[in-house]
Design a protein around this ligand. Structure first.
Ligand SMILES: NC(=O)c1ccc[n+]([C@@H]2O[C@H](COP(=O)([O-])OP(=O)(O)OC[C@H]3O[C@@H](n4cnc5c(N)ncnc54)[C@H](O)[C@@H]3O)[C@@H](O)[C@H]2O)c1
Length: 340
């Protein structure tokens, strides 16, 4: 039997919300009935593109509409907690953008509230629904790259600069989520340095290090001030290295084999260069479905089945705990913060 379409509202149709608007409006699984945004100019611009959808600046038009079953929240982070609470309490299932809130306690509060209201609360940690990350997760689970050595993340470029959260809560939220998911564990400790060069008091550059169980290290570099846009994830195992370049159009994942042919360098520098280049580089022929579509499909499936989403409030809580620890380390001049 074909499941009935779920009636949705979208809260916030700014830069990222415009992507949700396109995906929701085109999805066969949902009917987008309303979009709420407090900015009248933004509403007008989006309404011109989607004239059949109702646009409003008043959230009570959504909360009081008993026909609306679910809402996507795509507003600034500082609004996530009050909006998620309001929508859950009005009986809606909620998909809230990452990070769920600015505090770990806030995440747990919303997780408990969703349980109490018997509503699905999912967080938009989009890389958990990314085909390349999923492929790498399967390789690691099948022990194809050998024990993990280190993970390295580079997420840099020019803005967009946020006014309500630092680059840690904005960009590093992605990499912390990927690191925890790949390692399958919380870090033992976090150290970080960072700077706020744009006088807002919120870091726009940060270098974060996680010490994971088994001696695995994760290094996360994030910046809104970098002239070169980069979105790189490197996973180095004993036998293989995985390189995910999200900006590459057709060759997003490269698998570098280094196990059986690797030899310690002997002789001159030339032979050293040869030895480290040894090993195949494989570019798997992957499909790249839009992660946001896969994320929305998972949310719809969880609403229908009543099962817990992969990125639920507890997942979001683990991510925010690490982000808070990074922020605390910066506040204490790079002190190692233990995660207990
Ligand atoms: N998953 C990703 O890759 C990704 C990428 C970018 C942004 N994001 C997340 O998406 C969220 C929004 O980011 P953005 O870049 O679209 O920001 P934005 O500032 O471009 O858009 C936010 C929109 O929300 C509206 N808004 C603010 N308060 C509101 C309220 N109380 N009710 C209704 N509308 C309100 C604003 O008018 C604006 O149009 C953030 O949480 C951000 O972390 C995720």
């Amino acid at each position: 039997m074909v499941a009935a379409k779920i009636k949705f509202a979208l809260i916030g149709c700014g830069y990222w919300g415009a992507n949700f608007l396109r995906v929701l409006a085109g999805s066969p699984l949902v009917t987008l009935v309303a979009v709420c945004d407090t900015d009248a100019d933004r509403r007008a611009a989006m309404h011109a593109q989607y004239p059949h959808i109702t646009f409003t600046g008043d959230i009570s038009d959504v909360t009081s509409d008993m026909g609306i079953q679910a809402a996507v929240i795509c507003t600034p982070v500082e609004t996530h907690l009050p909006l998620t609470e309001l929508l859950l309490r009005s009986g809606k299932h909620v998909l809230c953008e990452k990070p769920l809130t600015g505090t770990a306690d806030g995440c747990l509060y919303l997780y408990d509230l969703a349980q109490q209201m018997q509503r699905c609360l999912m967080v938009g940690h989009v890389f958990e629904y990314n085909s390349v990350i999923n492929y790498m997760q399967r390789m690691i689970a099948a022990d194809e790259i050998g024990p993990l050595r280190y993970l390295q993340f580079t997420r840099m470029g020019l803005g967009p600069v946020r006014r309500d959260v630092s680059v840690i809560f904005d960009l590093a939220a992605h990499d912390v989520a990927i690191a925890l998911s790949i390692a399958g564990a919380m870090p033992l400790s976090v150290t970080a340095t960072g700077q706020s060069f744009q006088s807002s008091g919120l870091e726009d550059v940060a270098f974060i290090q996680l010490t994971l169980p088994g001696g695995v290290i994760a290094s996360i570099n994030v910046s809104w001030l970098d002239p070169i846009k980069q979105r790189l994830v490197k996973i180095v195992g004993r036998d293989k290295m995985l390189l995910f370049d999200d900006l590459s159009l057709g060759e997003k994942l490269k698998i570098v084999e280094m196990g059986q042919n690797y030899q310690d360098p002997k002789g001159d520098f030339g032979s050293f260069q040869l030895s480290v280049k040894d090993g195949q580089i494989i570019i798997p022929n992957l499909q790249y479905p839009e992660s946001l579509v896969t994320e929305l499909e998972h949310f719809a499936e969880c609403i229908h089945s009543g099962s817990a989403p992969r990125t639920d409030g507890r997942y979001a809580h683990r991510v925010v705990r690490v982000l808070e620890a990074a922020q605390e380390s910066i506040r204490q001049d790079g002190k190692k913060i233990l995660i207990t």
